[in-house]
Design a protein around this ligand. Structure first.
Ligand SMILES: *Cc1c(COP(=O)(O)O)cnc(C)c1O
Length: 459
């Protein structure tokens, strides 16, 4: 039978065009920053792209290259400094193409043994760095939000046996990531926020106060989430203090390290994470600070059997997958079945470059962040909001309100120089540099700081 979706034999023209496009995109140094485009404009310029007869590959690629791609911000541009940028290594991006070309089923050992083996070596590396015992394990899921979801579902199922499932609540920080609240909503529990205070971190006392407040309100705390570190500030909670509370009160201890846990690869930063070795589960997003393409979150449990009891799917057609309990099925460790082997791009890049290269790259980001914090402190028109711990630097332009940051940020984007958006703390506007891209240089950051000085602008 002929496959109508396949290129005819010998006609590799489209394939070559696609490879040429991908190759040119990887060659950009830097890539164009590009920008957001209103719907009406895309409706005009791209128009209706899905037709009954198809546009043909060359034309579809042209529409992407000329219209859709430029309407998409390059998160790996060195001036992309908002949210958490992305900076995949070339090795990891290239291998993402291989993963696509290989049609790997990443859900089971039976189908994907080789790729599951490789992904698990990466999870083992992360588990060792964190100080988890042998036997720890998990799965790469789509993102931190879903990693937090699966970890906290496992926590809830464990807690149900003890407390039933009434009025359950998660103790977290007032600066925890929004995904913790979203997860709580999805799984039918609430969150109780501990006050992060001036430091931006919670520890034993703040978490205990939240615990007691929750109990006074008739709630049943079942988990405590430590953030390592926060997305807005890159500040790591006092994980030792949270571990102590978790032990005393019999709580599941989860670490949300989506952005900042990558820092544990740097020897000098390890003490910041002390206590994490006592956690029940952690997540870290390779697409944030481990130089891997979207979309990947490493989710690791101290005792993966607890997750397997929750997520393992059974059904007549699936039973061959469950026959040998010693085989590792990634689908057993999160709410997923079919999955892309999304840990492989990171695996390939780690195998290529070695972990030492990663340690150096992460350390360099942290050093740049600390360096730029000093530059901010030197300038009288700026105010550092908190001392950085990892690679996020938060600062205010004295006298500016939200709208000033917005129009200044808009002009940086129009100049195709940088994406620097405002954020805020307790209603006070500020802006931040999130530095995870090895191509982000001090020179660019200084130019951005200079552009906030109105007296310099007037010259
Ligand atoms: C980004 C982030 C998340 C959410 O991760 P996604 O991959 O965007 O779903 C959760 N927690 C923290 C601390 C984060 O920085």
């Amino acid at each position: 039978m002929t496959n109508v979706m396949h290129q005819p034999d010998g006609d590799n023209e489209l394939r070559e065009a696609i490879f040429a496009y991908a190759s040119a995109r990887l060659d950009y140094n830097p890539p164009p920053l590009d920008g957001t485009v209103p719907f009406e404009e895309l409706a005009r310029t791209a128009g209706q792209t899905i037709t009954e007869d198809g546009l043909g590959g060359r034309e579809a690629l042209r529409v992407f290259a000329d219209v859709l791609g430029p309407a998409t911000i390059s998160t790996d541009h060195p001036g992309y400094l908002s949210f958490i940028p992305a900076a995949p290594t070339e090795a990891s991006s290239l291998f993402d193409l291989v993963v696509s070309a290989s049609s790997i089923y990443g859900g089971s050992w039976l189908e994907g043994a080789g790729s599951v083996y490789a992904e698990n070596q990466v999870l083992d590396l992360l588990a060792r760095e964190v100080g988890f015992p042998q036997g720890a394990g998990g799965v790469f899921v789509q993102g931190g939000t879903l990693g937090n979801l699966s970890a906290l579902v496992t926590a809830r199922e464990v807690a149900k046996e003890r407390h039933g499932d009434k009025n359950l609540t998660i103790i977290c920080s007032s600066e925890s990531h929004s995904s913790i609240k979203a997860v709580a909503k999805v799984i039918g529990v609430t969150t109780t926020a501990a006050d992060s205070g001036e430091s931006g971190a919670i520890g034993y006392d703040a978490a205990l106060a939240a615990f007691e407040q929750a109990e006074a309100e008739g709630l049943e705390p079942f988990a405590v989430v430590g953030t390592a570190g926060t997305t807005n500030f890159g500040i790591v909670d006092d994980l030792k203090g949270l571990a102590k509370l978790a032990k005393e009160k019999n709580l599941w201890f989860h670490i949300d390290g989506a952005y900042g846990l990558a820092g544990i690869l740097v020897e000098e930063l390890k003490p910041l994470y002390a206590g994490i070795e006592q956690a029940d589960s952690f997540i870290v997003d390779p697409h944030k600070w481990l130089f891997a393409p979207f979309d990947a979150c490493a989710l690791v449990y101290r005792n993966p059997a607890l997750a397997k009891q929750v997520f393992s799917q059974h059904g007549e057609y699936l039973e061959p997958l469950n026959k040998d309990p010693s085989e590792w099925n990634p689908s057993d460790y999160a709410i997923n079945l079919t999955r892309r082997a999304r840990g492989l791009p990171l695996w390939f890049s780690l195998a290529t470059h070695g972990v030492g290269t990663y340690r150096k790259a992460i350390r360099a980001n942290v050093e740049l962040a600390h360096d730029i914090a000093k530059e901010i402190e030197k300038r009288d028109y700026l105010k550092l909001v908190r001392q950085p711990q990892l690679s996020v630097v938060v600062f205010e332009r004295k006298g500016w309100e939200m709208k000033d940051y917005e129009s200044w940020g808009q002009s940086l984007l129009e100049q195709q120089k940088a994406l620097v958006l405002p954020s805020s703390l307790r209603g006070k506007a500020h802006t931040r540099f999130a530095i995870v891209n090895p191509q982000t240089e001090k020179k660019l950051l200084l130019e951005i700081l200079d552009s906030m000085d109105e007296s310099a602008n007037r010259e």
